[in-house]
Design a protein. Sequence first.
Length: 319
Amino acid sequence: MTRTKTIILIAAIIALTACAPAAPAVERPPLRVEWTLWPGDYLLPLAYDLGLFEKNGMQVEPVLYEEFDQAIADMSIGKVEAGFFVPGDLLAIARDDNMRAVLVTDTSDGADQIVATADVKTPADLPGKRIGVALGTFGELFVNEMLKQNNINPGSVHLVDITPESVPGSIPDQIDAGHTWEPHTSEALQNGSHVIFTSADTPGLIADLLVFNTKTLEERPEDVRAFIRTWFEALDYLNSHPEESQQIIAKYVNMAPEEVSFEGVKLYSLEDNRNAFQQGDDTTSIHFSTKINLDFLISAGNITTAPDLNLLLDPSYLP
């Protein structure tokens, strides 16, 4: 075949290809993302309501869990692709690089609280008392830190295994004090309890992480990046339109707009994330605070194999 005929044949093939109908785009199913009634999670329904995920070319199905134990279980079996977990909960379900944290959404700066009966005026009154806490979780680590700061022998108190959501209704019949957060703290206060210790006394100890299963990270990396971009857009909207944001969030959390509060929670910016993912020697480093959680879980016998934190904590999806 001559060079001229070859050129003509190639041109004909290109023309036919151009005329052929384009293959339909494969529609990806929505990413199912766990969230709970924790202020640090509220940017998820805000972004969803504002249509920011669709604007960034993806779909998300927010899945609200009122009982956090079920959220951990569902994340571990792949019923949801992503969710918001503190380091201790992530470590409890991390196996063979099956999960990775890609974003620090927030840290508790007073929002985690120990509420107690009126006769327990300060932590110094806790010896001999019953403290409700979800055993084997970051809540127990938080309680232990409170006891340590107040020079209280852990053996002098009785820890009762109770979820944070159940604490208000368990005082005073089952416990004398307990670990919880809003809106459950307000319920406890209405019942006559009061706050004796908060996470403002343990800066950086309790961080919230956006966690994806590794399968989703490998199969849908652009959706993960789009999710993170959307998250920061929602944060910008919250900062610039606080009242409108409260009204939107209130629809999803069954609260009055004025009850929607981020008090006691530090929401992390992109710059905060870049700093947090650096190796460090205090709890401003997510590596350091995760290592504290890891040591606690190993000493408690909850886990026996330490994951590679350099794999578990993965900032590579940040903008």
